[in-house]
Design a protein around this ligand. Structure first.
Ligand code: NAD
Ligand code: IPM
Ligand code: MN
Length: 356
């Protein structure tokens, strides 16, 4: 690669800076190993931006995000900012970035490493070789629906779960195309027995399924899907669902793979610009202790190299290095294992760099 690429790193809050630091080490090592020219700059987001500039998503950060070739984000939020007004909360910055950049397609792969079967919450025979992909709609649904807010009395509050045909169709197509590249089975998750918005969701997904005759489409209600993910997760290959359901189901899927510290994500728009971030949050309970697992952040970087830059070799090198480190028995504190196998956040990052 001779092209110069510019990455924006938004470390954010809590363990965000800790895990981003490890991803940065990996990026520096890759530039060296493959002679890439990937530059990165950093900006504040979330609580860190609020503390410095009085707002969670300063214009300069948004502008840098719009101009970057790709974005890596750590995490936002934490107890210090929980009592702020809705518009000032750190989480608003993430939602703002997603909607401003139109990052509607959120890919959350849940893959169980064969070295981490013991760390899964489920019995090994239930999860061995688990490899599923949750495709979550990210810029619509109840997260963004208007109207929203409090009624005048302040004794009631409300949100609106709304999807247009177009929004459902575009995320549906992303999911069908992903399914075509995998085992050609897609499960659409909704609540069509209760919600009109889900009735439309199902209708549109069925309509577009005609363009993908090679994909077997099934539908499942979200409460059952939550149960089935824990009962028989390997029945799923690709799941497509709305914003809120996808948020919840991906945290469930995380534990199947051993820890939420293992799950990366890509949030893409139709121009394939992307924001990449671990699925986990800022983990205030372990911040600053060297206990955070940086693998989700490092795998998010691997997704960036693959999806935004087409650098499949480097992306694979990261994944292989992580597998080697895990196969040698090294763990972080969130993963099953004896005390002597446990590495700090930065030691895990260093090991992954060493094995690249
Ligand atoms: P969380 O994901 O931050 O933490 C849940 C649990 O998982 C905690 O016990 C935490 O210690 C553990 N955990 C999370 N990531 C880990 C890692 N990499 N290694 C080891 N353990 C890890 O969820 P929460 O506690 O519900 O939320 C805390 C804050 O993070 C809230 O302010 C929330 O809004 C925010 N949040 C942000 C994002 C994001 O930035 N994308 C995502 C989720 C939550
Ligand atoms: C996630 C997070 C976010 C979400 C929050 C922090 C806005 O939980 O990325 O999964 O709900 O989408
Ligand atoms: Mn979440």
């Amino acid at each position: 690669m001779t092209d110069k690429k510019k990455i924006l790193i938004l470390p954010g809050d809590g363990i965000g800076p800790e895990v981003c630091n490890e991803a940065k080490k990996v990026l520096v090592a890759l530039n060296d190993k493959f002679q890439y020219d990937i530059e990165f700059e950093e900006a504040e987001v979330g609580g860190a931006a609020f503390d410095k500039y009085g707002k969670p998503l300063p214009e300069a950060t948004l502008e840098a995000a719009q101009n970057a070739d790709a974005i890596l984000l750590g995490a936002v939020g934490g107890p210090a900012w929980d009592d702020l007004d809705y518009d000032l909360r750190p989480e608003r910055a993430l939602l703002g970035l997603r909607s401003q950049l139109d990052l509607f397609a959120n890919l959350r792969p849940a893959i169980l490493s064969k070295h981490l079967v013991e760390s899964s919450s489920l019995k090994s025979e239930k999860v061995e070789d688990l490899d599923l992909l949750i495709v979550r709609e990210l810029t619509g649904g109840i997260y963004f629906g208007e109207p929203r807010g409090n009624l005048e009395s302040e004794n009631s509050a409300f949100n609106t779960m709304i999807y247009s045909r177009e929004e459902i169709e575009r995320i549906g197509r992303v999911a069908f195309e992903a399914a075509q590249k995998r085992s050609k089975s897609l499960c659409s998750v909704d609540k069509a027995n209760v919600l009109e918005v889900s009735v439309l969701w199902r209708e549109v997904i069925i309509e577009i399924s005609k363009d993908y005759p090679d994909v077997e489409l099934t539908h499942m209600l979200v409460d059952n899907a939550a149960m089935q993910l824990v009962k028989e997760p390997k029945q799923f290959d690709v799941i497509v669902t709305g914003n809120l359901f996808g948020d919840i189901l991906s945290d469930i899927a995380a534990m199947l793979t051993g820890s939420i510290g293992m799950l990366p994500s890509a949030s893409l728009n139709s121009k394939n610009q992307g924001l990449y971030e671990p699925v986990h949050g800022s983990a205030p309970d372990i911040t600053g202790k060297g206990l955070a697992n940086p693998i989700a952040a490092i795998l998010s970087l691997a997704m960036m190299l693959k999806y935004s830059f087409g650098l499949n070799e480097a992306s694979l090198a990261i994944e292989n290095s992580i597998q080697t480190v895990l196969s040698e028995g090294f763990r972080t504190h969130d993963l099953e294992g004896s005390e002597e196998t446990k590495l700090s956040t930065s030691d895990m990052g260093n090991k992954i760099v060493e094995n690249l």
